[in-house]
Design a binder for this molecule. Structure first.
Ligand SMILES: NC(=O)c1ccc[n+]([C@@H]2O[C@H](COP(=O)([O-])OP(=O)(O)OC[C@H]3O[C@@H](n4cnc5c(N)ncnc54)[C@H](O)[C@@H]3O)[C@@H](O)[C@H]2O)c1
Length: 343
């Protein structure tokens, strides 16, 4: 039986982490929750059958000695909490993004390796049945030289939490939403070596409106980009275009997709399809019916299987977390300086 603690008693902690651990009462002891807001932590314990609420991770680690720590705080606090948990030799499942900077993500990766524990990030779209179908059949595409990762919302500024606060989150749609399609694209492409990135970012709508499909926000407190458009150049010559927004005047409410274009065939993630052209006609080579899947649960499940030594477990590990954080950081740098950033 593994002792589990959760740090940050918010919505993802409840809907994803606690919900997953509760499905396996024989495997997990729901030991503790940490949140600076004690009342919130205690309410979380009551609702989710966790034993005790703490306000400081240091005290919790000494008293509880958990095996697993789930990190579900605002982005700004991922690094310090992950490092405390790793120091105490816990395995860590951390919400995305890994951290605020690539330096932090690199230190987390290295410390997990030194401690010999598992560090994984919740980048769940790579576990979708669609992504797995594309991964299994990726050779059908031939040489993939153009890709797109799109995570666009027309009017989806999050109305809860701290998602419009740059100081706590590190950015807006890129670090919060675009990261999912960026990770899935890099995973499908096998994390190719990156040469340079460039990006443009805009803050045109968030500070002017206050209501959207994901609730309302205070426009005066809106400090993140509301859209960002970037290009990632790979050492081998291909490029990945990344488009992401919380708010953008597009027709669809939401666009969430990865597109891959190879010299033999092309593919889309949602819906999962591989196709080619035969004398001007589209020929579908493979497709998968869209199904309801809990990708978050699959993601935590792989982390737990990794802990148990399963050689087939696949996680978004410390190294991949560092690469993703480095790309995000470089895209923001490029948007700020108005030029290309070499990696
Ligand atoms: N993988 C996904 O699709 C996904 C979805 C939602 C959120 N997330 C990530 O999960 C994290 C939390 O998001 P959320 O929507 O649950 O936010 P939330 O605002 O609902 O919850 C955050 C909780 O952390 C607590 N907290 C603040 N500072 C803390 C600290 N220093 N130590 C411990 N707890 C602290 C807050 O009191 C709050 O209870 C973010 O990093 C977000 O990016 C990921």
């Amino acid at each position: 039986m593994k002792k589990v603690a959760i740090v940050g008693a918010g919505q993802v902690a409840e809907k994803v982490h606690a919900a997953y651990y509760q499905t396996k009462p024989e495997a997990f002891h729901l030991a503790a929750v940490v949140d600076p807001d004690l009342a919130r932590g205690e309410l979380f314990c009551q609702k989710n059958q966790f034993q005790k609420a703490y306000t400081a991770i240091e005290k919790m680690l000494i008293e509880v000695q958990p095996d697993i720590v789930s990190i579900c705080t605002p982005n700004r606090f991922h690094y310090e909490n992950v490092m405390h948990a790793l120091e105490a030799c816990c395995s860590v499942f951390c919400e995305k993004p890994p951290a605020m900077t690539s330096g932090e993500a690199q230190a987390m990766w290295k410390r997990a390796e030194e401690k010999g524990v598992v560090l994984a990030y919740d980048l769940q779209h790579r576990y979708s049945p669609e992504a797995q179908m594309l991964k299994e059949n990726i050779s059908l595409l031939g040489d993939i030289y153009y890709s797109e990762a799109n995570a666009l919302r027309r009017s989806g500024v999050p109305g809860w939490g701290n998602f419009i606060d740059k100081a706590l989150q590190g950015g807006g749609p890129l670090i919060d939403y675009g990261i999912h399609m960026l990770d899935t694209a890099l995973y499908l492409l096998d994390f190719p070596t990156i040469k340079a990135v460039s990006a443009y970012q805009y803050q045109k709508i968030g500070p002017k409106k206050n209501q959207g499909t994901l609730g309302s926000w205070d426009p005066k407190k809106y400090t993140v980009e509301d859209s960002l458009f970037g290009t990632v150049e790979f050492e081998a010559g291909g490029i990945l275009r990344l488009n992401t927004s919380f708010a953008l005047n597009i027709q669809s409410d939401r666009v969430l997709d990865v597109q891959l274009c190879g010299d033999q065939a092309g593919a889309n993630l949602y819906p999962g399809k591989i196709y080619t052209d035969q004398a001007g006609e589209l020929e579908i080579l493979k497709e998968i019916a869209s199904t309801e899947s809990n990708n978050h649960f699959t993601s935590i499940d792989h982390f737990c299987r990794k802990l148990a030594g399963d050689p087939h477990a696949m996680i978004a590990d410390g190294r991949q977390g560092f690469i993703i954080q480095r790309v995000i950081e470089a895209l923001y740098q490029s948007a700020e300086i108005g030029g290309k950033v070499e990696l």
